[in-house]
Ligand binder design. Structure first.
Ligand SMILES: Cc1cc2nc3c(=O)[nH]c(=O)nc-3n(C[C@H](O)[C@H](O)[C@H](O)COP(=O)(O)O)c2cc1C
Ligand SMILES: [Mn+2]
Length: 496
């Protein structure tokens, strides 16, 4: 397999079809023809990822129902170590374990020097520009992803772009978007997220809110639209910082908002200040249809930009495991780790927002304890800092000998170093939403537990010794009996 040059690495981050073509060459993407947009592509993806949650290929669907060849849907874009490495420009050969890859990604994100986007006059996204009567969002094979969804969702693996009317700050966030008809869509944003804070500044003054919805994203754009970039800072600037060059954008003809020049499909329009329409139900990240159908502001689409043979990027949230959990754990864990350090919490050794908790509800941090109360400080902060602040339930703190991404380690530590009566704190009236299956009515609170599964600080030196082979003896064994291990385990190296 050809090795990518630096220019090719950049192209793969910024152009979905180059990424897809390379992923195909290395066996990380499969083409599938003749499945229908009405539930078939969604269930097929779900069934593949449920059977094999790790290391399944990305799935590119073509010939979808009555749609012409080339009008494709892509699921599972980033759900493997190699694909996530390609999207973020991280060498995975030298970052093999989860914690190594997380450290490399975190370093890249926290050391980010944002670069402002560059406005250009042309780009692949202008290959087709539709306005007036030609506007038809159903020109693309928007799927019904799950059996009980309230309609066709055009925006799932998307990036919704809005501008703060006071400061000019441009925000990108992945928020779900349902097609209402050819020219209207509706979006759900959880209260507190940046997109809704900006949107409501317009709507509360009775003004429509200009919006772009990128429904065919490129890999790097989808990573930043999901990362908790601090408020006031633009995700496009962050993406520029990650790739080391400005992201090229074209001024949207109706809104002046930045249309990413290498995207696949972008919808342009405005969010109505006066008209509402039902949105949902939709299979959600918590694994339920909890938010039902509610009214949200209608979005009028005035213009569509798309490439020839466009790729609609898709992600169906649902009961884990699913096709966007692999990278979610990295994106969110890196962000939480960064926030903990910025909050001056010392000696963080690892963070993992677990896949089985949908990357939200069960989060673990590892620390090297330095003083009385350190572990409580860390776990209380971790349960309230973005990106964990919203909708989590359990946050666990463990010592540095525990791998926070390994449930054997974590549950063993909870079972042996945590005295429930003393070591579990409960917070009440914390940030949740209608998506939480335990939220009934309009009081959008939850409660959460902070679980201290660290050795008591006063017994850190006299805590019973762990019953396992020591690193030194393991090393001796590998040196003496390496061939035998390889014969039995079928692998070259043994992690010790
Ligand atoms: C596939 C997928 C779908 C999502 N859907 C929504 C959604 O419908 N509404 C929402 O508020 N957040 C949704 N999120 C989470 C946001 O994208 C995430 O919180 C992001 O950081 C928000 O950006 P912001 O910090 O600029 O608000 C979704 C995330 C993913 C990966
Ligand atoms: Mn943001």
């Amino acid at each position: 397999m050809q090795k990518l040059s630096n220019d090719q690495k950049t192209e793969v981050m910024l152009a979905l079809r180059s990424f897809a073509s390379y992923a195909g060459q290395i066996g990380e993407l499969k083409y599938i023809n003749n499945l229908h947009w009405d539930k078939e592509v969604g269930s097929f993806t779900e069934m593949v990822y449920r059977a094999k949650p790790v290391n399944s290929p990305a799935l590119m669907f073509d010939h979808i129902g009555q749609y012409p060849e080339g009008y494709r849907c892509l699921y599972g874009m980033l759900a493997s170590q190699r694909r996530f490495g390609l999207a973020t420009g991280i060498d995975i050969a030298s970052n093999k374990t989860r914690m190594e890859l997380l450290r490399a990604f975190r370093k890249k994100m926290s050391g980010n020097q944002p670069i402002a986007p560059r406005y250009v006059d042309s780009g692949p996204i202008l290959e087709n520009v539709l306005s007036g009567d030609d506007v038809d969002v159903l020109k693309f094979p928007a799927p019904i992803h799950h059996e009980l969804d309230g309609g066709r969702y055009i925006g799932t693996a998307d990036a919704v772009i809005t501008r703060d009317p006071d400061t000019g700050w441009i925000n990108l966030g992945t928020y779900r978007v349902q097609a209402v008809n050819k020219k209207q869509v509706v979006c759900y944003i959880t209260p507190g997220k940046h997109g809704i804070l900006q949107r409501n500044k317009y709507l509360s003054q009775g003004k429509p809110c200009p919006v772009l919805i990128v429904v065919g994203v490129f890999p790097l754009l989808w990573v930043v639209a999901r990362y908790k970039v601090p408020g006031g800072m633009g995700e496009l600037d962050y993406a520029g910082g990650m790739v080391g060059q400005p992201i090229e954008v074209i001024e949207g003809a109706d809104t002046g908002l930045p249309v990413p020049a290498t995207a696949e499909i972008v919808l342009e329009g405005e969010i109505s200040a006066t008209e509402m329409t039902p949105e949902g139900p939709f299979g959600e990240w918590a694994g339920y249809y909890a938010s039902s159908a509610r009214k949200e502001p209608l979005i009028n689409i005035r213009r569509i930009y798309h490439r020839h043979n466009p790729i609609l990027t898709c992600a169906a949230s649902q009961k884990p495991p699913h096709a966007h959990l692999f990278e979610r754990a990295f994106i969110r864990s890196a962000s939480l780790w960064d926030k903990l350090e910025r909050a001056d919490c010392p000696e963080i050794q690892g963070v993992w927002m677990h896949e089985a908790g949908s990357g939200r509800t069960f989060n673990v941090i590892a620390i090297k304890q330095k003083y009385y109360g350190h572990s409580r400080q860390a776990v209380i902060l971790a349960s309230q800092l973005s990106p964990a602040a919203y909708a989590n339930r359990f946050t666990v703190v463990v010592d540095e000998d525990i791998d926070p991404s390994n449930l054997y380690d974590v549950i063993w530590a909870m079972g042996t170093r945590c005295d429930p009566q003393q070591d579990i704190e409960i917070n009440k009236k914390t940030w949740s939403s209608v998506i939480d299956p335990l939220v009934f009515g309009d009081q959008l609170y939850n409660s959460r537990a902070q679980i201290d599964a660290c050795k008591p600080f006063e017994h850190i030196h006299d805590f019973p010794t762990v019953a396992q082979t020591s690193p030194e003896y393991k090393k001796f064994m590998v040196e003496k009996h390496g061939a035998l291990f390889k014969e039995i385990l079928g692998q070259d190296t043994l992690e010790i």
